[in-house]
Design a protein around this ligand. Structure first.
Ligand code: HCB
Length: 217
């Protein structure tokens, strides 16, 4: 089976909410030498996009998204240990990662967090549905002069909360202490510019590259 066929099968396993199949195909793909990053970016995530689009158009319902998410989470059992095998021997700094208040989508957040850890960041993972006050408290608590703040939002509603958070960071006098990378499907560069954050990234591999660049600036 060539790579493209494998990506297509992985994508279909998510679309068909095939929990066991998705896990097995992920293991097979890794054993065949495909990288964890390409399995996520070219197989599993495009499948999730189709499921999301079907939900939006009324062709699929919440139980189907939940099953698709379960299939993806099964695959992550193989993906995450692979991503952790990064080259980050040098300590880069601390990354505080979180999902915006009101939002419990954590699959992308987990992938980004794992990739940052694999690239030399010490991680403080605040989890999902995190109120702004908790984020501010954590920034204040950190001893380093500069840290990387990494927020995810998957819904347009929770994305709006990122603007409020940027305002609160400014008001608390903490803006110089953080490089802020925000992402998630609805987040665009235009939004990042509008709210005065530092960067965004399309996927977890790019998030690691962008995070490293930001910490060097
Ligand atoms: Co959910 N959901 N959902 N959902 N969901 C979305 C996000 C919609 C877009 C689907 C749609 O309508 N098309 C939609 C949001 C619409 C909108 O606001 N525009 C939606 C909705 C509406 C909802 C509910 C409100 C449904 C309901 O209850 N009626 C509800 C909300 C719950 C809540 O949060 N309060 C809900 C619930 C669920 C679950 C629980 C069933 C499940 C989540 C399970 C979980 O995460 N543990 C779920 C899922 C799975 C999705 C979709 C289908 C997939 C999301 C996903 O995991 N993608 C999603 C459709 C979509 O996104 N196209 C749909 C795969 C990961 C790998 O991609 O984008 O998360 P990612 O992360 C990438 C990338 O963005 C980037 O790197 C990651 C890795 O490559 N990245 C960053 C992420 N964070 C970053 C941070 C950085 O700094 C830099 C880069």
């Amino acid at each position: 089976m060539d790579k493209e066929e494998q990506f297509e099968k992985l994508k279909n396993a998510i679309i068909n909410q095939d929990i066991e199949g998705c896990k097995n195909l992920t293991k097979e793909a890794l054993d065949a030498g495909l990288s964890a990053v390409e399995i996520v970016n070219k197989g599993l995530t495009p499948g999730m996009k189709v499921v999301g689009d079907k939900f939006e158009s009324g062709e699929a319902f919440l139980p189907q998204i939940m099953m698709a998410a379960k299939a993806m989470q099964g695959a992550m059992e193989y993906i995450e240990p692979e991503l952790q095998k990064g080259e980050g021997e040098e300590r880069i700094g601390t990354a505080v990662t979180f999902v915006q208040e009101g939002d419990i989508h954590d699959i992308g957040h987990r992938l980004v967090t794992t990739m940052l850890q694999a690239n030399g960041f010490d991680i403080v993972d605040l989890g999902v549905d995190v109120p702004d006050d908790n984020v501010l408290e954590e920034i204040e608590k950190q001893k380093d002069d500069q840290i990387l703040l990494v927020g995810s939002a998957l819904m347009t509603t929770s994305m709006l909360g990122q603007k409020e958070l940027m305002n609160l960071i400014g008001e608390a006098g903490l803006r110089d202490k953080v490089k802020v990378m925000l992402g998630g499907a609805p987040v665009t560069q235009k939004w990042i510019d509008e709210i005065g954050a530092d960067a965004t990234a399309e996927n977890a591999a790019e998030a690691a590259r962008v995070g490293l660049d930001l910490m060097k600036k």
